[in-house]
Design a protein around this ligand. Structure first.
Ligand code: FMN
Length: 191
C-alpha cells in the first residue's frame, strides 16, 4: 500500500464513478464513520462534493458540530466492514474499534482516514448552507486534501487490473448487496 497525495483538481475522479464511501468525522474527543452510497462531485474549482448524510445520524451531528468530514473510498476487501459501518450507530460506541479499523490522521483537517483496505480519501470542509441543511439531508463539502493508493490511482488516472481486484471499489445495489467494480474500457471515436 502506498498512499500518495492527489492534486485537488483530480479529486473529483476519486468519486466520479459512484462508489459507496465511508463518511468519517471527529469532534470533542469522539470519532465516527458511516457508509454512504449517495455522493458526487458538484464543482470543479475549488473542488466540491455533495453527500447525503441523514440528519438523524451521529455522523451528521459530528460533521455539523466540527464543520468537517472526510470521504473514504473502500476497496472490495472492506465490503463487509463498510456494510457494517452503515448498519449501526456510533452513538452506541466507537465504531472504528468495533470494526477493528485503525485510522490515520488527515493532514489538513486532522480527520480519521482509512488506508488499509481502502483506495482513497478526501478531507472536506463542510460548506455552511443553513437553508439546505435544515431542509435536506444533503451536505456540501470543499475538498481540501486528497490521497489515493498508487497501485490503482496515479497521475490523475485509475488503473483497474485483475491483479489489484482487492482495490476495486464497491457500489451498493440496495439491501446489503453490492457490485464490485470490474473491467475498465476506454471509449473509441465512432468515425
Ligand atoms: C451500503 C449503505 C449505504 C448507505 N448510504 C447512505 C447514504 O448515502 N446516506 C445516508 O444518510 N445513510 C446511508 N446509509 C445509512 C447509514 O450508513 C446509517 O444510518 C449509519 O448507521 C449511520 O451511522 P451513525 O449514526 O454512526 O452516523 C447507508 C447504509 C449502507 C449499509
Amino acid at each position: 500500500m502506498a498512499f500518495r497525495p492527489i492534486a485537488l483538481h483530480h479529486a473529483s475522479r476519486l468519486v466520479n464513478h459512484g462508489p459507496t464511501v465511508l463518511v468519517t468525522t471527529a469532534h470533542g474527543g469522539r470519532r465516527n464513520l458511516m457508509a454512504a452510497a449517495w455522493s458526487m462531485p458538484v464543482e470543479f474549482s475549488p473542488p466540491r462534493i455533495a453527500v447525503v448524510i441523514d440528519k438523524a445520524t451521529f455522523t451528521r451531528e459530528l460533521a455539523q458540530a466540527s464543520g468537517r468530514f472526510a470521504l473514504v473510498v473502500p476497496g472490495a476487501a472492506l465490503l463487509d466492514a463498510s456494510h457494517a459501518a452503515g448498519s449501526c450507530s456510533g452513538r452506541e460506541g466507537d465504531k472504528f474499534d468495533r470494526l477493528g479499523l485503525a485510522p490515520a490522521t488527515g493532514p489538513v483537517l486532522g480527520l480519521p482516514v482509512l488506508e488499509a483496505g481502502c483506495v482513497a480519501w478526501l478531507e472536506c470542509r463542510l460548506i455552511p448552507e443553513p437553508h439546505t441543511q435544515d431542509a435536506y439531508d444533503t451536505c456540501f463539502g470543499e475538498v481540501v486534501a486528497a490521497a489515493a493508493d498508487d497501485r490503482i490511482f496515479a497521475n490523475g488516472h485509475w488503473d483497474w487490473r485483475a491483479d489489484n481486484a482487492d482495490l476495486h471499489t464497491i457500489h451498493h445495489l440496495g439491501g446489503g448487496t453490492f457490485v464490485v467494480g470490474g473491467r475498465s474500457v476506454a471509449a473509441r471515436p465512432l468515425d
